[in-house]
Design a protein around this ligand. Sequence first.
Ligand code: F6P
Length: 372
Amino acid sequence: PRRVGILTAGGDSPGLNAAIRGFGKTAIAHYGMELFGFRDGVTGLVENRYVELDGKALSGILTVGGTILGTSRDKVHRYVVDGEPQDMVPRVVENYRALGLDALIMLGGGGTAKNAMRLVDAGLNVVHLPKTIDNDIAETDTTFGFATATEIATEAVDRVHSTAHSHHRIILTEIMGHRAGWLTLAAGIAGGADIILIPEIPYTIESVAETIKQRTARGSSFSVVAVAEGARDVDDTADYEAAQLLVKSAKTPEARRAAKTHLKHVEDAQREHSFKLARELEAATGLESRVTILGYVQRGGAPCAADRLLATRLGAAAADLVQRGEFGVMVAARGDEAVPVPLADVAGKVKLVPTDHAWIAAARQVGTGLGD
Ligand code: F6P
């Protein structure tokens, strides 16, 4: 029988277990394959830590949050050993061959797609499945985890309204999404936020304060702001983009290292931006301002029905691809179809919210401030 490895990598996301189950049940029961689960993402792949997964191991996990296999953010080509990054691609190839694998299924986001691409380039048969609550993977309509996180963040935006209007406060609800604003935009619209701030639309404090003052003038002396973790004002955006450009244009490894260190400083300095924004809004509007950071609550717990369905069908489709011998691809969701797309079209790309997206138009139409 064909032998297949599977792992989950990057931040955990609701639906990972549903996808492992979708793949595993199809692979084992339908196609008669043998399945091995690597522990803790790339770490287990490098350290050769795995368990054989049978039908019993896949039973009862559809609704369970997190990942039964564990996860990590380790990189195959810069795997840190004693503080030093090492290229572990040859080690992974060795482990893959020693176990006699015919394919490797990698469940993860943008970072995992890059790892997967490196293993494809090294000659391994890889299929990638798109998971992330951020919904920022190229070439796919959506990713599993996003729908559940949207439900959770929507409820949070909805619930903070009680305190905001009772206490006449501004409440900033910080939602995950370090690069893309999909989750904040979706939850902001669905939760009825008065202002939505996303990385794709740099804000000015004046514009945000003006929206709040207009609300107060109309008799609503409170405001709920849905703010993405990666949202920035115009000045911070300029600093951040300049630092990113330095990394991209660095000509030598030393220059690249220095530019990366600088970028990290800029990112660190901007990390607490929700608190800074709250202080500035309080000063500009005279309304008491508070911050609620949703954090890992957004990634926790059982996947919603939409994510269970998506993860199951993408997982099952990945097993079909292994059976057909189609590798070097990500299984993309395109409407009701699961479509293989070359990993080369996905790795290193980020799907941002286009500023002419229908959700942005709808937010503007219902009078939501976008900070610009
Ligand atoms: O990868 C998705 C994400 O939700 C990002 O939006 C966020 O920056 C990141 O995870 C944080 O995760 P961790 O703390 O696990 O690195």
